[in-house]
Design a protein around this ligand. Structure first.
Ligand code: ZN
Length: 401
């Protein structure tokens, strides 16, 4: 356990910094990564505590932008409790996730009013991962691309931002809104959301490329689970997928996209296409459902009977898949296998890229000096050995650290 103001030196490790894995120590004080040169030359002090990392790889902790729940608990349940949120936050530490956006799918209005006040941003620690604010996926989506969202709860935003405020209640706890941009009024709604520091993500949509580009111009900066719940790529109108290669993308107008590398929801060839076309925008998301983390066998989640079989979630008694139950560390390993990308890239697309998409890369997603000391240690197979938040050990696979 680390204490504030003490100086900690993590020795005997490789670290991921600036897209490269290098042999270097990490210095931590007051929960932040500090520059050792200043300490040597200005303060002339040495570390209070040295922590031997035993040759492990130290990388920025994962940031998850789309997760519906886990361990039988769903962020969209109206009856959700503080204990359920705490359980998921705590368990995520085991998978290297140091911060996340709990995701609420299309729901009746009273669910938003009940659930969103509970999903307020909060600092992580031994009790669980940091909550960055909620991701509300819907209800302003296209019925034709609703996926598993309930059609009777889908709404439109013809009345502008006031309709979003009516449906969600206050927007304060919302970090990301997934909406379909092909309806009238979308530019003004996106501009208003941007003013309120909400990230607009495009998804569950039949938008063509032009509509996607207009949304980008208005301030949208993210695409929700690329390839899933949008028009398939067509050479004359490449749709939202085409945004990855749009000539409207500039240094100021970037586009990021979530993608689900759970080995089921996105074909390895599709992962390779996205990776090769727009590598800097790629963000791994699990989109995990409440069944994630449960043991093999039958479970009741809300009204739904589900069955976990061969590490997949099915509607009980059928072969119908009902969502992802992958962990972020599994996604990182799947992605490396599917694309042949470097470990540096795979790890950054689950840490640096989501931080950049949220505009928090000064604090999270890197091991740069001044950043939060939120990191993970991985073994040579890229399994999580330990997780650290603000320089404090919050999860340890073994007991020898
Ligand atoms: Zn979705």
């Amino acid at each position: 356990m680390t204490n504030a103001s003490k100086l900690y030196q993590f020795i005997n490790c490789k670290i991921l910094r600036n897209h490269r894995i290098v042999k270097e120590d990490i210095w931590v004080r007051d929960g932040k990564i500090v520059n050792p040169e200043r300490i040597f030359y200005d303060e002339k002090i040495s570390a209070d505590v040295k922590i031997d990392c035993k040759g492990l790889l130290l990388a920025p902790g994962f940031i998850e932008l789309q997760i519906n729940g886990g361990y039988g608990y769903d962020f969209s349940f109206i009856e959700n409790t503080e204990a359920g949120i705490e359980l998921v936050s705590k368990k995520l530490l085991e998978h290297g996730v140091i911060a996340y956006c709990p995701t609420v799918v299309t729901s009746p209005v009273d669910v938003y009013h009940t659930v969103l006040p509970k999903l307020y941003p909060r600092q992580g620690g031994a009790h669980g991962a940091t909550i960055l604010g909620a991701h509300v996926e819907g209800p302003f989506i296209n019925k034709e691309k609703k996926g598993a969202h309930p059609a009777n709860c889908i709404l439109d935003y013809q009345n502008g931002i006031s309709e979003l405020e009516r449906v969600y209640g206050r927007l304060d706890n919302i970090k990301i809104i997934t909406l379909a941009p092909e309806f009238s009024n979308s530019s003004s709604v996106i501009q208003e959301l941007k003013k309120r520091n909400v990230i607009v993500s495009l998804g569950h949509s039949t938008a063509d490329l032009l509509e996607g580009e207009e949304a980008l111009e208005a301030g949208a900066s993210l695409i929700t689970h690329l390839f899933n719940a949008m028009l398939p790529f067509h050479h004359r109108d490449p749709g939202l997928v085409g945004l990855l290669a749009s000539d409207k993308i500039t240094q100021e107008k970037k586009i990021f996209f979530g993608i689900i590398p759970d080995g089921i929801h996105t074909h390895p060839a599709a992962l390779r296409i996205a990776y090769r076309v727009h590598p800097d925008g790629l963000i791994m998301v699990t989109d995990a459902i409440s069944a994630a983390g449960l043991n093999e066998g039958q479970h009741k989640i809300g009204q739904l009977d589900i069955e976990i079989r061969d590490n997949k979630a099915f509607i009980a008694g059928t072969n119908t898949l009902c969502g992802s139950i992958a962990t972020m560390s599994e996604c990182v390993r799947n992605f490396m296998k599917a694309t042949g990308c470097s470990p540096e890239y795979a790890l950054e697309s689950a840490s640096l890229h989501p931080a950049q998409a949220l505009g928090i890369e000064d604090q999270k997603g890197t091991l740069n000096f001044g950043a939060d000391a939120d990191f993970i240690m991985l073994d040579e197979t890229f399994e999580i050995v330990s997780t650290w938040i603000s320089g404090q050990l919050v999860y340890n696979r073994t007991t020898d650290l």
